[in-house]
Design a protein around this ligand. Structure first.
Ligand code: TYD
Length: 216
């Protein structure tokens, strides 16, 4: 196929998701990766779930324990928020990727499976998210693996109040096992890199960059 004036078709952006327990250092590593890619003139948009939408606000109220919702309701709220995250026309994932912008997202459907999947039907949650035509499959999911006791220490050192999912080491252990259960269920259908993240920040950042370069 030829293009007028030797123009190349716009290369789609890559969709990279970071997952991990609360306190696993996703935020720091996302910022480091974003600035490294930007230095290479790659356009990057960073986002997170829950989003800043009105549904995201409702989710945060539930997570803070200010209002009560059942696990299935919470799973459905995250699903709604995720659809909006994908398709909204101001900074949606779909629009970014189509415009050649790489999206780095702090949490995605893997978190729904690990957190809500411990308390409501995992099969239902997986089908609702994975079969939804408005929810884009990431090109890469990076799971930052930090031992639950280390996460718990970091949470208590860094934050004043805990969310409903951050209460105990046992909860963090259960969520970590659920992540691994889900990763083995997803198996080859998703590109998941599990990285030992109990290492110095710059060492981990180099490892992440190496994994990301393979898909760019
Ligand atoms: P938040 O403090 O916003 O971010 P983080 O801990 O990732 O830095 O917390 C988000 C919380 O939401 C976290 O405890 C995991 C939870 N969560 C779910 O339960 N289901 C989901 O689908 C997502 C995306 C997050």
């Amino acid at each position: 196929m030829t293009f007028p004036f030797n123009e190349q078709p716009l290369k789609k952006g890559a969709f990279i998701v970071f997952e991990g327990l609360d306190g696993s250092g996703k935020g720091t590593q996302i910022q480091l990766l974003a600035s490294r890619l930007r230095q290479e003139n790659i356009k990057v948009s960073c986002s997170a779930e829950p989003t800043q939408s009105s549904t995201g606000g409702l989710i945060r109220d539930v997570l803070a324990g200010d209002i009560k919702r059942s696990p299935a309701e919470l799973g459905a709220l995250f699903l709604t928020d995720r659809i909006h995250h994908n398709i909204n026309s101001s900074n949606g994932i779909k629009m970014c990727l189509e415009n050649g912008i790489t999206v780095i997202c702090d949490r995605y459907y893997y978190s729904s499976f690990a957190y809500q999947g411990t308390e409501c039907d995992l099969e239902w949650l997986m089908a609702a998210n994975l079969n939804c035509p408005d929810i884009i499959k990431p090109d890469l999911c990076i799971f930052l693996d930090v031992p639950p006791n280390e996460c718990s220490d970091r949470i208590s050192n860094n934050r004043s109040s805990k969310e409903i999912f951050e209460k105990s080491i046992d909860t963090l252990k259960a969520v970590r096992s659920k992540f691994f259960e889900v990763f083995s269920l997803l198996d080859k259908s998703e590109n998941i890199a599990v990285l030992n993240a109990d290492t110095p920040v710059s060492e981990l950042s180099d490892k992440i960059y190496e994994v990301v370069k393979k898909i760019l």
